[in-house]
Write a new protein. Sequence first.
Length: 262
Amino acid sequence: MKNLPLEIKIVYITAIIVVMLFVLFIILVVLTYNRKQLLYLKEQQLKESEHQNQLLQKELEKQKVLEQERERISHDMHDDLGAGISALKLQAEFLKQKAEDDDLQNDIDELLKTSEEMNISMREMLWSLNSGNDTLGSFIDYAILYTGNFLKKTKIMVYSECEDIIAETAISTEMRRNLFLCLKEAVNNVYKHSQANTVKLSFSQEDNNFSMKISDNGNGISDGQKEGNGLRNMKRRMNELSGECSIISENPGTCIVFKIVL
């Protein structure tokens, strides 16, 4: 290059500079394009995030309206229906004191029994409507309380145990009600058919997996016994929750296990 004429050297150097400037220009264009693309993607992500937040806010508002409606219905039932049942029960007790005919007293006793069953059913509905009960701890407390009250006038002793339960774990209203109806059916079967003198409620939790067991020391289920409506209803309810319902024959007694993913 030292032997090249000055004019060629200048042209050569100029060409190199032009190429370098062109390369720098291309690099600058690419960087600017990438920066614009990045800003565009961030803007799109921000818009999508805002849209998701708006959807979430609307869903929360809907949920709040539903909860307020549930609370309103709960209060109305407690104030109106509860008061009406209590008044009916008082009137029946007053009539029973005046009645001298045995058949009439028996009819009044049936009326009192019916009013008490209606009162219990109403309390169950109030419990299921109350959104403040949508926790695992609340469900377990009510399940134990219900079983104790249901069997308190029988010879059946009730025991309960909890293992690794996180009381504040959220549980949906639908799941809570279906689990309770399964427990109610299982406890009723123990009372009607088992001839047991003890029943044990066991609750356990592992992460989001929840298990409920109702076991008794009764006469168990005989081989070949047909599946009744109660068992079919329990299995159907658990299928609706994508859960499991299984019956284990023990010696003595029977154990019904319900498993769901919270």
